[in-house]
Design a protein around this ligand. Structure first.
Ligand SMILES: [Mg+2]
Length: 258
């Protein structure tokens, strides 16, 4: 028997735009759980997502980095000046590591408080938490269409599985599986999946992840699509190898017009 066909999706920046939620939940994590002497959280901060945060988001790989970035943006000493975004992203990884060290933080603890902040909101007012996410309806429709064609869908995200699951349920999407950050790296997950599924494609907005998939001999056959509507760095759109295809919301349908 042939393997079941499946289409893989990243979650954030592909299925939903969660920009408001990232800001809100990370800010709440800073306010309620971080105990930092360097910040005082004015409630007005919740109203608007600063451009600096939006501009740094394409560099983010894991949720804990967003807590750290919010802390940098709202630090009292930075209150009247913008965080130097260009310096920050130039050495993004090193900057995150330095800030962790300077504050004696551990990445896992920041991830825990982010999850805690999400759970707090879910308990308190589930609807308003869900409403912080803007779904990309073209993608949702594409997922329904796959279902009609009896093609399965699977989600691989660096978010906590439970949070993606709650939002998808609201959207009436019930994928074959959801793998969150708890399940390890996307490349390892994809490797395992190739043993049981015929993977028709993977839509992701992080170019580096797709490059890793293409460079791994076990997964290099997976058709990789870079979501142009997601959190892309400007440079991501250029110099794409012909193995990674840039797609937009209006040509999703073509992916299964087979
Ligand atoms: Mg993403």
């Amino acid at each position: 028997m042939s393997s079941p066909k499946i289409f893989l999706f990243d979650f954030d920046g592909v299925i939903v735009d969660g920009m408001h939620e990232y800001w809100h939940s990370s800010l709440l994590a800073c306010e309620k759980y971080l105990n930092s002497p360097y910040i005082s959280v004015d409630q007005a901060l919740y109203k608007r997502v600063p451009n600096t945060f939006k501009e740094i988001r394409p560099w983010v790989k894991y949720g804990w980095e967003m807590v750290l970035i919010v802390h940098e943006i709202i630090k009292t000493e930075n209150a009247n000046k913008d965080l130097n975004k260009d310096n920050f992203i130039k050495n993004y990884h090193q900057n995150c590591q330095r800030i962790l060290k300077d504050n004696s933080w551990i990445a896992e603890d920041l991830q825990k408080i982010l999850d805690k902040s999400r759970n707090y909101q879910i308990d308190k007012n589930f609807k308003s938490w869900v409403n912080l996410h803007d779904p990309f309806f073209e993608v949702i429709n594409f997922m329904y269409e796959l279902k009609n064609k009896e093609i399965k869908t699977g989600i691989i995200t660096t978010k906590g599985k439970v949070f993606a699951e709650k939002i998808l349920k609201q959207l009436n999407i019930f994928p074959e599986f959801i793998f969150g950050y708890e399940s390890g790296t996307k490349i390892k997950i994809a490797e395992k999946l190739t043993q049981n599924y015929e993977i028709l494609g993977f839509i992701e907005d992080r170019k580096k992840t797709l490059l890793d998939i293409k460079q791994n001999s076990e997964t290099s056959h997976i058709p990789c699509f870079l979501a142009d509507w997601g959190y892309l760095k400007e440079s991501d759109r250029f110099n794409l190898s012909n193995e990674i295809i840039l797609i937009n919301l209006s040509n999703l349908e073509e992916l299964v017009a087979i």
